[in-house]
Structures are given as C-alpha cells and as structure tokens.
Design a protein around this ligand. Sequence first.
Ligand code: AQP
Length: 333
Amino acid sequence: MTLIFSGMQPTRQLHLGNYLGALKNWVKLQHDAQAIFCVVDMHAMTIAHDPETLRSNIREVAAAYIAAGIDPEKNILFNQSAVPGHAELNWILTCHTPLGWLNRMTQFKEKAGKQKDNAVLGLYAYPVLMAADILLYKATHVPVGEDQKQHLELARDIAGAFNRYYKADDFFPLPEPQILGEATRVMSLRDGTKKMSKSDESEYSRINLTDDADTIALKIRKAKTDPEPLPSAAEGLEGRPEAANLVTIYAALSDTTKAAVLSEFGGQQFSAFKGALADLAVARLAPIAGEMNRLLGDRAELDRLLKRGAERAGEIAGRTMNEVKDLVGLVRF
Ligand code: AQP
C-alpha cells in the first residue's frame, strides 16, 4: 500500500521554494494515496527560536497546507509534537545510527557553519528525527524538494539497519523520495547558485506565500538577471543560473515545461518576462494568502482540525510503537 508522509518546519514564513518543491506536489498526490502531512514543530527547535513566534508559525503552516489545497478530512494533518511517538521512535533510532552516517550530512555543515562546537545536538541529530517521522507511519513515499534527498537516503539506511538488527525483514519499508515537478530546487532571486531559503538574510531573495501583490511584483522586478534576452531553447539557459531559475519558476507555476515557456518568451527582454512572471505569481499565490488569512481568523476551527489530525496520526503511531517496543525488548503494560 502506498502511504505518503511529508512535513515542513514552522520556522519563519513559507516561501515559493517550499510551495513549488513540496506543497504543490502534495496537493496533487493526496488524491491517489493515503497521505499524512505534518507541521514538524520539533524540528523547528533545532535553531534558535522564540516560543510565541513558534506557536503562531505552527498554525500558520497548518493554514498554508489547507489554503494550498490539502484536504484535512481526507488526509491526516497535524503538528509533530502532538504525537509522542515521534520523540520515542527518534530515541530508539538514535541508538541505531552510527555517528559516521550523521557526519556526512551536508545540511548540518551548512547550518552549523563555522560554529560547530556551539551547534546544538538536536541540529546534528535532525535527520534521525526526520527518519522517525517517516518510519513511525511506515510511509512508503516522501515528496520533498531536492535538498532533502540526502536525509531521505539516511532514513532508508536507518530503516534497513533496524530491520536487519532485529531480523525483521520489511518491518519498516524503505521510503522512496518523490522529487517531482519542474522546480525541485528553487534558487534565490538574488543569487541563482544559492537555494531559496527561509533563513537567507535578504527578503528580496525569496517570495513568501503571504507577500502581497505589490511585494511580489517588486521582488521579481529586482530579481538578478543577466543582460541577454531569453533564449529560445532550454540549452540556452546553461551557465545562466538566474535566467534558468526564473524560467523554472514560471514553468512550475503554470504547470508547463521550460521548453514551452521559452517557445513563448524566447528572444524577449527580461523586463517583459518579469512582468508576465509577476502577474502569474500573484494569480497563483494571492488566493492562497487570502485563504490562509481566513483560516487564521478562526483559530478554534484550525486547532480542532489539528487536534483531530493528531488523534488519527496517534492511532497509527501507537500501533507502530507497540510493535517497535516488542521488537527491541522493552516491557509495556
Ligand atoms: N528552495 C527550495 N526549492 C525546492 N524545495 C524546497 N524546499 C525548501 N526549500 C526549497 C522543500 O520544502 C520542504 C519543507 O522544507 P522545510 O521547511 O522543512 O525546511 P528547509 O528545507 O530547511 O527550508 P528552508 O527554506 O531551506 O529553511 P532554512 O533556511 O531554515 O534551511 C522540503 O520538502 C524541502 O525540500
């Protein structure tokens, strides 16, 4: 049986990279399989955070999921910390993950930077918690952006190591990454070689899902480009990372291919293309922002949906944890 699991961290505001690399794909995938979408709030604590901001970001991310088109009745939508199994399985998997595997994780190196000794243990162990999130539901598929590929490979390795250690073939399925669509890695609007990211200091590097129309248009107008007109074929984008990024974003937002975008805009200057891209981005994102606002205006209803989601997730998680505790030799009552 196909079971999809994925999540986003409630750290700062979601951006176009989160939307095109993950959320937009989730909305499509939800119709064909059982799916669990989590607001991974415990992951958000691996960097410095303010409690009040975290609390409001959790609701904001949940609202973004629903506003983008995730159906909270058909799927399970909840926040990670509301299901204790995530923390429990995390510990058990931590005891099966060699340090050498974690030492290879590039995201830790990027995020910890030169301050490795001051980075917290949670940031280092982040990929183990991510493996626990997925394996707790025995998920088979995980739709993510390309940046999460390495963490997914680790989750597969941990699942395999656990299965072998307890001689329990196929206990945890090895989860498959689903890296889908034209925009698997959306780049910064200020530097086409850097990932669009919540933590980039420049607000002009990203488009947030809640940006208003004027802000979106301004950010796209200011986006870095080169002086050449757009090429007529995708090969002409090689060595032009900023141009390639804007064309990729246009293709993903309009559900078409880069080749189709270039056959329409090839030969045109960026000023004209940026105008069309801004109109498209506003047309796609403004309804999501409007719906998020509406949902956030009824906090009781949003909390009711999250609580119901946590109860449904908790039932599956509880069953897995019973099996895991029996396998590893813990006594339960
Ligand atoms: N630039 C991106 N392009 C495509 N997909 C992306 N994702 C993130 N950035 C891009 C995908 O969004 C999902 C949720 O990501 P996350 O919130 O868990 O954390 P992240 O990857 O750490 O996001 P950021 O923006 O890069 O945050 P910071 O700056 O804190 O590191 C994932 O599926 C991810 O692949």
